[in-house]
Design a protein around this ligand. Structure first.
Ligand SMILES: [Mg+2]
Length: 230
């Protein structure tokens, strides 16, 4: 079996936090901006950095280089404060623990994350829901690495190369995600995509975005592993 770098999206691929993620983001934006009310922006699969940038623009704020680091610190602090709520309101999606365990045990697989969350927030979400320890978070690509999701493929691959010496390519890197933006990250960033229809996007939406492999969910561990390794 050949080697694979498997990079998992988090929200609505591995876990579902209900609307808590958006609530915490909005609370962090309110604290950052000092605005009593603000216009929210929408678009699943954006990086948090992109979401922050677009929310600033939608509310007439002028982005500067200092803005995102300041927002990130507030956002991560609020996630830490509300960790118990994440555990209470979040749920693990069907099959996620099983396939993460299989990938962790598979000698040919390097398994990490490619998510719009910052690394710390991604780690907090997984830990709150008992999914920590399955992936090596130090090797992934995150929403605090770059505003544009396709760039995260390059970031993750570079981290893996430095840490393990293995050069993964567009044919041996696989993203797993639930939105058309995950599909585009693979197509533009240089990776294969296994899409899962466990988010807002339907299987047809994901195919229309360019995904060749679309699964209903992650519950059939053998089928998911076969899709990742083929
Ligand atoms: Mg997602």
């Amino acid at each position: 079996m050949g080697k694979r770098l498997v990079l998992w999206d988090v929200d609505k691929t591995l876990v579902d936090l209900d609307s808590l993620g958006a609530e915490i983001f909005a609370a962090a934006f309110a604290r950052f901006s000092g605005l009593e009310a603000h216009t929210r922006t929408h678009g699943p699969g954006r990086t948090d950095w992109q979401c922050f940038h677009e929310t600033q623009l939608a509310n007439g704020l002028v982005p500067t280089e200092q803005c995102y680091p300041r927002f990130l610190a507030i956002h991560e602090e609020m996630f830490a404060e509300r960790g118990a709520e994440v555990a209470r309101r979040g749920r693990v999606l069907p099959g996620a623990p099983e396939i993460l365990r299989r990938c962790a045990d598979e000698p040919g697989v390097v398994s990490s994350l490619l998510t719009g969350n910052s690394r710390r927030n991604a780690e907090r979400k997984l830990a709150a829901l008992g999914l920590d320890g399955f992936v090596d978070c130090s090797l992934g690509g995150y929403g605090d690495d770059h505003m544009d999701r396709p760039e995260l493929v390059r970031v993750a691959r570079e981290r893996v190369r430095r840490a393990t010496g293995t050069e993964f390519t567009a044919d041996t890197t696989v993203l797993v995600g639930d939105t058309p933006n995950d599909v585009l990250a693979a197509l533009h960033g240089g990776a294969r995509i296994v899409a899962v229809a466990t988010g807002w996007a339907s299987a047809a939406d994901l195919r229309a975005a360019g995904a060749e492999v679309v699964l209903d969910d992650l519950s059939d561990t053998d089928a998911v592993l076969e899709a990742l390794m083929s």
